[in-house]
Design a protein around this ligand. Sequence first.
Ligand code: CMC
Length: 438
Amino acid sequence: MSSTAKGGAKPTVTITLDGSNRSATLPLLAGSIGPQTVDIRKLYGELGIFTYDPGYGATASCESKITYIDGDAGILLYRGYPIEQLAEKSDFIEVAYLLLEGELPNAAQLEDFRKNVTYHTMLHEQIRRFFDGFRRDAHPMAIICGVVGALAAFYHDNLDINDARQREVAAFRLIAKIPTIAAWAYKYSIGQPFMYPRNDLNYAENFLYMLNAVPAEPWKNNPILSRAMDRILVLHADHEQNASTSTVRLAGSTGANPFACIAAGIAALWGPSHGGANEAVLKMLGEIGTPENIPQFIREVKDKNSHTKLMGFGHRVYKNFDPRAKIMKETCHEVLAELGIKDEPLLDMAMEMERIALEDDYFVSRKLYPNVDFYSGIILKAMGIPTSMFTVLFAVARTVGWVSQWKELIEDPSQRIGRPRQIYSGATRRDYVPVSGR
Ligand code: CMC
């Protein structure tokens, strides 16, 4: 394979098949930042060969203007804005506008967007009845996956994906209703009455209200905790072409309606390698029990035969500190201070684990650093949110990213149905033998 770009000509890559005189010259594409990308669309037509990349470690599946990650430098940008600036100075609704529309809103646009989202926070009363069909011990991810998919059965006026206005209303509905669905899934599991959304509160406050309030008592907003929740939502809002976002895009490429696509994203997020990791971190810390047991646990992680992973560590793209993890750690200290928690054994354990891992050659040589999920669980636990809701919270935040990526996909004229190929390694053609002859 060779690459050329002479005298202002567009750069190309030439692939030559060994042992033959056949070659294909393929365009080399450049984004605004990030590595160059070989456009292999004509490869099969010209040389009759596929490319192989399980896990998509070196494959760009689409062109996107939404989120950029430089994993080696530990940089995350939403529409060009560094995550650190957005986490400190912006809020979730403004970030949602930014991700969806591409620019920060002016005051009037922000107000209008806020109104549009709050207008849609309630659920159809019949949706309420779905919850009764679940067992009380159902995992809330199972509930939200089902209920979000079922929204398509209620909002027939938003199912024409080719109508820009319908896409817009579907986006508002999804972003507005997901906290209500998530909070009700929780209330159902603990047998408390559902709290209807309050549109006088901001997005994070309203979510905390629906999770924690009860009709019998007044609810008091704690600005430090709602600010922490808002920041958690901002940090999780989008993350380029991760597994759940790619799932949303793949489902969307078939023309499926937005509610079905987001339900598919929720399903993909659930796994412990992805959004389920924050729940898994707390489980892991609980099982380790005390700091003295950390060295033994680390030995287990390093033992190839144990299949034990240090949850909340490592990332497919970040080979440096996950910038979100740094902000999470600071937020964690703020929240614990606000709540007057001086000694939180889980935080002490997490920090000790981080210290040991960052000095250990196994983690250093593999560039394994804490990711966003390492500290988020400790904050959420301190805020009184049960472990089973951690991934749900991730889904609430990521809905805006999924919707933005879905919208971008539908509006991209080059989009086709996603249809990967394979290396077939099964049996070659053979003739059927009746059972009597086998
Ligand atoms: N603990 C121990 N070893 C690890 C870990 C870990 N957490 N992560 C990766 N490794 C090892 C892995 O075994 C491999 O070792 P070797 O080269 O000896 O075979 C090496 O590091 C490279 O890892 P990989 O499996 O090629 O990495 P990947 O890109 O396929 O997987 C990952 C990325 C996030 C799934 C993985 O790091 C992991 O399972 N981490 C724990 C789960 C977790 O915290 N997930 C949350 C990710 S951030 C939130 C989100 O975006 O969803």
